[in-house]
Design a protein around this ligand. Structure first.
Ligand SMILES: [Zn+2]
Ligand SMILES: [Zn+2]
Ligand SMILES: [Zn+2]
Length: 205
């Protein structure tokens, strides 16, 4: 199933703004039967059960557990896109864009690095910085998906016979979390889980 097939079928079912992207395995780099769909109408998307002749289910993409750090001012908790604060250099901490810094690249420039967050001698994106948020402490299963969950369960039931496909899909969903959270910033993201062909066969009988 191609990205274009999905996009066209979504359009014909009333979702005109969909951006579709096929996910690949982190380990094998092979394409997976999983697609990331970005749309401003997730509710409408949840009503769709068939795409390009296949039974599909959707789940909301989980937010990445990595804390976001602003590329512009280096502070944590927001992204460059929303930043109205003064630019600060990731390398030397001065008030200029990181790309126009005169410090040589690490490791040479590492010695002169200065963190604008804590004042220590490291780049501002150093994970060991005392101002860096501790990972995932504030993200306990924040998935308030009331009707979406029930929707997913409803669709999943007939699929439980085709367990292998569902199992791979779940595993890769978790891996994807570390992916491109930049893409997530503006739109809600939803993963389409394509069921295997068996589901299609079952429907016909
Ligand atoms: Zn900022
Ligand atoms: Zn600089
Ligand atoms: Zn620091």
């Amino acid at each position: 199933m191609s990205v274009n097939d999905i996009k066209e079928d979504l359009e014909s079912q009333g979702i005109a703004d969909a951006v579709v992207q096929q996910l690949t395995s982190r380990t094998t780099k092979k394409p997976l039967p999983l697609f990331l769909v970005k749309t401003k109408m997730p509710e409408k998307l949840a009503e769709i059960q068939r795409l390009a002749m296949l039974t599909v289910s959707f789940e909301r993409k989980k937010k990445s557990s990595e804390p976001s750090q602003c590329y512009r001012c280096q502070r944590y908790g927001h992204t460059q896109r929303n930043c109205r604060l003064a630019e600060r250099c990731v390398k030397c901490g001065e008030d200029h864009n990181s790309t126009s810094c005169s410090l040589p690249a690490p490791p040479t420039g590492q010695r002169n690095a200065k963190c604008c967050l804590c004042g220590e001698g490291h780049p501002a994106n150093y994970k060991g910085c005392s101002k860096a948020p501790k990972k995932a402490a504030s993200a306990p299963k924040a998935v308030p998906t009331t009707n979406r969950t029930s929707y997913a369960q409803k669709v999943k039931k007939p699929m439980s016979t085709s367990a292998p496909a569902a199992a791979t899909a779940t595993g890769t969903t978790a891996q994807k979390q570390h992916g491109d959270d930049r893409l997530l910033a503006m739109m809600q993201a939803i993963i389409i889980r394509l069921d295997a062909l068996e589901a299609k066969m079952q429907d016909k009988h």
